[in-house]
Design a protein around this ligand. Sequence first.
Ligand code: 13P
Ligand code: SF4
Length: 324
Amino acid sequence: MSTILPSAASLYDRVRRVIPPIEWPSFSDDIEAILALKRERNAVILAHNYQTPEIFHCVADIVGDSLALARKAMSTEADVIVLAGVHFMAETAKLLNPQKTVLIPDLRAGCSLADSITAEDIRLLRQRYPGVPVVTYVNTSADVKAESDICCTSGNAKAVVESLGVPKVIMLPDEYLAQNIAAQTKVQITAWKGHCEVHERFTPADIRQLRESHPGVMVLAHPECPPDVVAEADFSGSTAAMSDYVERQKPPRVVLMTECSMSDNVAVQHPEIEFIRPCNLCPHMKRITLANIRSALEQNRHEVMIEPDIAARARLAVERMLAV
Ligand code: 13P
Ligand code: SF4
């Protein structure tokens, strides 16, 4: 069956609100090449909400938060998955699709949370807190997931913690996510000291200033922000939850306390909403570009491989999460 590729003009229409016409020619060749390569290789592109609009709106097949990308990775019939996001997301896709080729366009697309903890740290924590289950944020390596009882994302962390039916859990590596969830549940949570280098920079003073300079603004904060920031916000949730909130409530003025591309991607669909943008860039997410997505498909790089014993144990922790 042949598929009709969208024309360059119809693609530009999707992003004209956030990409100036002068920039478009620098993207259009790569976009056309990527659309053709996807067909040739029976490939899909999974893109996180923090990818830039030319990736998110013009070449991605599946977009969403970490939880949606993990779930949707399982239902694709493609032979090749290109993960436009960071390395832990590509590993999660590979764990759930061991038979498929999973590519990450730049191996340096890491995450400060994933870098904050090792498998050995978890083994030591288990000695210190015997019998306490370990709930691990998906923003971690497969090695770390393999030492964990169950994974969670920012979209399901409370439900995962409460699903275990125990009075106490260890939740790692994001200290702020753990504290934000602890504020919503009776389960006692022991946290680790990891932080997201993007979200830890927001402060309550930022929010107070925004409210002064933009009266009536609704403030949405990702739960990786410090608890005092979440406390000052009007709503806190995963990237998908923030996007759904905007869709449902249609606030006339909104600020998303999160990574910069998120507002661009949501703003494309909501011309009637004013987005205030004091955002922080994630340097890891920004490693992914149209040019390296194209090379990934042309040269089959960089293929994600996980040692089988680690993969089997890490997969269990991810599957337990998906069953909640
Ligand atoms: P979400 O699961 O909310 O998309 O968050 C992933 C992430 O890396 C946020 O910094
Ligand atoms: Fe990691 Fe933060 Fe970047 Fe998300 S935004 S990938 S948590 S460093």
